[in-house]
Ligand binder design. Structure first.
Ligand code: ZN
Ligand code: ZN
Length: 118
């Protein structure tokens, strides 16, 4: 677990972000790395509509210091991606096959669907 998560809200674990399909820093516009717009659909975000995807630290090429970035997403994309993620994750996950309630990843995905679905 990287220690780069912010103290506000709940830091979403890296494997869950991977399932959601967080883009890499290279693919994002400046507004997206600041959390001003959704990392997926680029809609402008407000405190009420944004889902915090945590603080990330990415190495930059050469001798530049690593860059901190703070991606955020709109609720609709988060819920949709978490929902789709549940279907792709569960069949591949031993834990989910045995006991879905015991899998931290599926618990996170369920929670993101529940919290952000309209
Ligand atoms: Zn979006
Ligand atoms: Zn699982």
């Amino acid at each position: 677990m990287p220690s780069t998560s912010v103290s506000t809200g709940h830091p979403i674990p890296a494997p869950v972000l991977e399932i959601l399909g967080l883009p890499s820093l290279d693919d994002l516009a400046d507004d997206q790395t600041r959390g001003a717009t959704c990392v997926w659909c680029q809609v402008r975000l407000t405190a009420e509509t944004a889902v915090d995807l945590g603080e990330h630290l990415s190495p930059l090429p050469g001798t530049a210091p690593p860059m901190h970035w703070f991606p955020r997403a709109c609720r609709k994309d988060t819920a949709d991606r978490a929902h789709r993620g549940l279907f792709t994750h569960a069949p591949m996950c031993e834990q989910c096959t045995d006991d879905p309630g015991g899998c931290e990843i599926s618990r996170w995905l369920y929670r993101l669907v529940r919290e952000n679905r309209r």
